[in-house]
Write a protein that binds this ligand. Structure first.
Ligand code: FPP
Length: 249
């Protein structure tokens, strides 16, 4: 990982380690607008977006956050111009190949959540290789939502559960939250405590609909390529001010 802010290497003293979110999720919005403002093609925004994501992953690891989930490609993103879709698919593949060794060395466990079967075969192979190579790593769990849609995730879980009921493997009254969650793409990953969305948009955009039932949401006007450790520090300070009641008084 090449890009790294030299300041804020350690957890800033005004943050309480005990009250850090265990799992942070990010909607990396604003790459296209960032590029436009610089007079560059949209794809350059995505390239800079990768750098921002790499530093956030390293920052989470440096500051003791256990899991990071990034929304890289939604089920709706296929509707973008073919050229941009092709660029993103190639970018994911190239970045995965380039970063795998470092992720192994840095003890990062990478996993992908979403309908992966619809991705190009060569990308699927790279995904399988990276998940296999890092599956025993424990410093941070890094999940990349790729061809991910929250509604589709819930529907495919319903279908899988219905099939089990039909086959007599499950009884309807055995379907509780734990059973349901075990059929989601995110099975085995705790719900996010904090979701950060950049570029000022105030919606979930089909991201982690089930998992965000009690997660805190932080929105910043900053465009994703400019989201750095200072911005993340600001988001964590805001999070630590929140009163998380989970429905209690
Ligand atoms: C949203 O900005 C960004 C995306 C749809 C792509 C995000 C992907 C990356 C940063 C690459 C991640 C790479 C790996 C390997 C995980 P936008 O294009 O919607 O921006 P706009 O709203 O300004 O048009």
């Amino acid at each position: 990982m090449t890009v790294q802010q030299t300041e804020l290497l350690y957890l800033p003293p005004d943050l309480n380690r005990e009250l850090l979110p265990k799992h942070v999720a990010v909607i990396m919005d604003g790459n296209g607008r960032w590029a436009k403002r610089q007079g560059l093609p949209r794809i350059m925004g995505h390239k800079r977006g990768v750098d921002a994501l790499k530093d956030l992953l390293r920052c989470c690891k440096d500051w003791g956050i256990e899991a990071l989930t990034a929304y890289a490609f939604s089920t709706e993103n296929w509707k973008r111009p073919q050229e941009e879709v092709d660029f993103l698919m190639t970018l994911f593949q190239v970045v995965l190949r380039q970063e795998l060794r470092e992720m192994v060395e840095e003890n990062v466990q990478i996993q992908f959540v979403g309908n992966l079967q619809a991705l190009p075969k060569s990308l699927q192979e790279e995904i399988t290789r990276s998940m296999e190579a890092t599956k025993n790593n424990r410093s941070i769990k890094f999940s990349v939502a790729t061809n991910y849609g929250g509604r589709q995730e819930i529907l495919q879980a319903c279908r899988a559960i219905a099939e089990k009921v039909e086959q007599g493997i499950l009884k309807p009254d055995e379907i509780d939250e734990a059973v349901f969650e075990s059929h989601l793409y995110t099975a085995g990953i705790d719900d996010p405590d904090l979701l950060i969305r950049t570029s000022g948009e105030m919606r979930l955009s089909n991201f982690l609909l089930w998992q965000m039932a009690y997660g805190e949401i932080y929105i910043t006007e900053t465009l994703w390529p400019d989201f750095d450790r200072t911005e993340f520090h600001r988001a964590l300070c805001a999070y630590q001010q929140r009163d998380r009641r989970f429905g209690k008084v």
